[in-house]
Design a protein around this ligand. Structure first.
Ligand code: NAP
Ligand code: MG
Length: 492
């Protein structure tokens, strides 16, 4: 069967698309049908080394890392404009490859455009300090780019999560090697071509597709790799931290979550229900910060669950690129099997499936990786469904009697990425927000983030933080310089 997208995708190294060193290719599947979508080159260790070599040379010779941040501002801004012009095509490609509804892909691409604009604005504001010291001396600091930074991205927001770490690294003057997830490399490859068109020097942004274990590890363990940024599972995050520790290079790790949503009895239940549905059913729940544990006051549980049922039943499942579809398939058959396994295990242990719990019955959805929006109540707080990241449209529900109990349940997790809470009471809102062990909290809002707000987890959800004004600094090192300015005494 021939692929729907006729032109095969190559690796992107040194400003152009090239085949992999041994000519290997994979066939990517459309997750809505599991039929061939596109052919893409698969890189090997040799390609990882080639990309590092090209990036290293570009870093030293292209002038990108030079003192004039305004040049980088202009190039990144041009890139943001090109992407905005081509946003519709990028959104469609993302939906075809990853499965999510077109409306969500459009939102993702808008976020990428905004990220580029924001990081473009920071590229000429990476400044040193002057520090008073004793004697006839002058002290100043310089922020230098690290060199070649490696970025390993997941498949749930393929372009967004790649550019979120690549853009600040570029703003700071680094050369980048990006390894997208093997399932979803297409938009990153197109994006690298766009960066070339925007005038970013050849070799400054390279994309190597290939297996994480082979190509990812080859990139990190090479002496030319100066730092690694990773978004994905905790298991791989730990492996990357070990490899980075052996080389003493910095990491930014954005890992999983098991985020609580607390609903107090005075909350606006209508808005809360819609936000809870967004927080767990958007992107079919394949979100690091999915609000996957509902912690609701016992007296309003029944009313809230009925509203949640109505919100879930309003969702239209189907292929992401079809008009009107609001919930797409999971990214792969493996992911679907994994998610259904969590639900079956909880059901067998006596939990109650309030909503969904399996694959949808519609005949036209049988070929794709679809899972119904699912809500599970009366579930053991120690069940795997509650403790582990499911990465699917599955909400676990707990009830509480007192605010203390709510906080205890919310914080009862090894993760700490995100939490949200619903109340009209100011003191409860701010008091609980302070005590939640999570890097991000929303009050009376669904999960929400902007390029200018920090994004990062507590506990096992990660290390370091992304987005925000400090983001480029993670891709710099600081040099201190002391100058003797002579013994002349100042005039009286
Ligand atoms: P993963 O293994 O963590 O993959 C994320 C990225 O890391 C991919 O680019 C992957 O490459 C790469 N990778 C894998 N092993 C590597 C290694 N040893 N060294 C360097 N890079 C490596 O995630 P997954 O297997 O796709 O998904 C498994 C589970 O992880 C999901 O079910 C979900 O629970 C969680 N997850 C979380 C997030 C998040 O945003 N927090 C995102 C994705 C997945 P390949 O694609 O070639 O394997
Ligand atoms: Mg994996």
């Amino acid at each position: 069967m021939s692929a729907a997208i006729g032109t095969p995708f190559g690796l992107f190294i040194g400003g152009r698309e090239i085949p992999s060193s041994d000519g290997q290719q994979i066939t990517l599947l459309n997750p809505a049908t599991n039929r061939p979508l596109a052919e893409a080159a698969v890189g090997r260790v040799a390609d990882a080394h080639h990309a590092l070599e090209v990036a290293d040379r570009a870093f030293r010779e292209s002038g990108w890392a030079g003192g004039d941040g305004a040049q980088r501002t202009k190039a990144l801004y041009r890139l943001s404009r090109l992407l905005e012009e081509q946003a519709a095509a990028f959104a469609e490609l993302e939906s075809l490859n990853m499965g999510k509804p077109l409306r969500e892909s459009k939102g993702d691409i808008d976020f990428v455009v905004r990220t580029l604009e924001y990081m473009a604005g920071l590229a000429d504001k990476i400044e040193g300090e002057t520090i008073p010291i004793p004697g006839a001396r002058f002290d100043y600091t310089i922020r230098e780019p690290l060199g070649v930074t490696v970025h390993i991205a997941p498949w749930n927001y393929p372009l967004l999560l790649a550019v979120r770490s690549v853009a600040p690294a570029l703003a700071a003057g680094n050369a980048v090697v990006l390894k997208p997830a093997s399932l979803t490399p297409l938009t990153a490859l197109r994006f690298a071509q766009l960066a070339h068109d925007a005038g970013i020097p050849d070799g400054i942004l390279n994309v190597v597709v290939g297996s994480g274990r082979e190509v990812g590890e080859a990139l990190i363990t090479d002496a030319r790799c100066a730092s690694v940024s990773f978004t994905g599972s905790g298991e791989v995050g730990r492996r990357i931290a070990e490899l980075a520790a052996a080389r003493l290079i910095p990491t930014v790790l954005e890992l999983g979550g098991k985020s609580p949503v607390i609903v107090f009895p005075d909350a606006d239940l209508e808005r809360a229900a819609r936000a809870i549905a967004t927080g767990i059913f958007q992107n079919s729940g394949q979100m690091c910060w999915a609000g996957s544990r509902l912690v609701v006051e016992a007296g309003v549980e029944a009313a809230l669950l009925e509203k949640l049922r109505a919100a879930a039943q309003g969702l239209k499942l189907g292929p992401g690129i079809e008009a009107g579809v609001t919930m797409g398939p999971l990214v792969s058959k493996d992911q679907m099997t994994r998610v259904l396994g969590f639900v079956d295990e909880a059901r067998e242990a006596g939990a109650r499936i309030f909503l969904g719990g399996g694959r949808p019955a519609a005949p036209e959805l049988q070929e794709g990786n679809f899972v119904e929006p699912t809500v599970v109540t009366d579930v053991d707080p120690d069940a795997r469904l509650v403790r582990e990241e499911v990465f699917g449209p599955v909400l676990a529900v707990h009830r509480f009697e007192s605010a203390d109990e709510a906080l205890r349940l919310a914080n009862r997790t090894r993760f700490g990425l995100f939490a949200s809470l619903w109340t009209r009471d100011l003191a409860t809102a701010h008091g609980v927000a302070r005590q939640l062990e999570a890097g991000m909290v929303t009050i009376n809002e669904p999960p929400m983030t902007f390029p200018q707000t920090p994004f990062g987890g507590y506990k096992e959800s990660g290390l370091g933080s992304e987005q925000g004004r400090d983001a480029p600094l993670a891709y710099t090192r600081r040099k201190n310089v002391i100058v003797n300015v002579g013994a002349a005494k100042p005039k009286k």
